[in-house]
Design a protein around this ligand. Structure first.
Ligand SMILES: [Zn+2]
Length: 141
């Protein structure tokens, strides 16, 4: 190829969309702060997975009320036992609102109970008295 001068400058390439949205980054930070790194089911395991309560495919958002910080086993339990996971609020159906759907968790320093997760990364006791029968998710011995 024979060039007579420097390459012509063209408009810069368009920036690609960031791989992680700001909503996702914020939700991950808020949920990690809420869990302090521990699986929020209270099983004493370190959290490794950010789990959507309402699936993104069902319209679930990246928000602290729609996310739980789980260990791999509890996350797998949610996917393997979706009905049981729905019964304890770890999964919220498409028609549900994660902000208004209680979830049975044991946040660090708190008892296992029904909680409402706030979009700001907090949790408040939900008006439920009876622990669910199928909780917490236990690994087979
Ligand atoms: Zn766990």
């Amino acid at each position: 190829m024979n060039r007579s001068g420097p390459l012509a400058r063209r408009a810069p390439l368009p920036r690609s969309r960031p791989a992680v949205s700001s909503d996702e980054s914020q939700a991950r930070l808020l949920v990690a702060a809420r869990s302090r790194g521990w699986c929020e089911t209270g099983d004493g395991e370190l959290a490794s997975d950010w789990a959507h309560r309402k699936a993104r495919s069902q319209g679930g958002a990246w928000s602290a009320s729609n996310g739980v910080h789980l260990c791999r086993a509890c996350h797998a339990w949610c996917h393997n036992r979706p009905t049981a996971a729905r019964d304890v609020g770890l999964i919220v159906p498409a028609a549900g609102d994660p902000e208004r759907a209680p979830v049975f968790l044991a946040p660090p320093g708190e008892p296992a109970d029904w909680w409402l997760l706030t979009p700001a990364g907090g949790f408040v006791l939900a008006p439920y008295a009876v622990p669910p029968a199928l909780y917490p998710p236990r690994r087979p011995r």
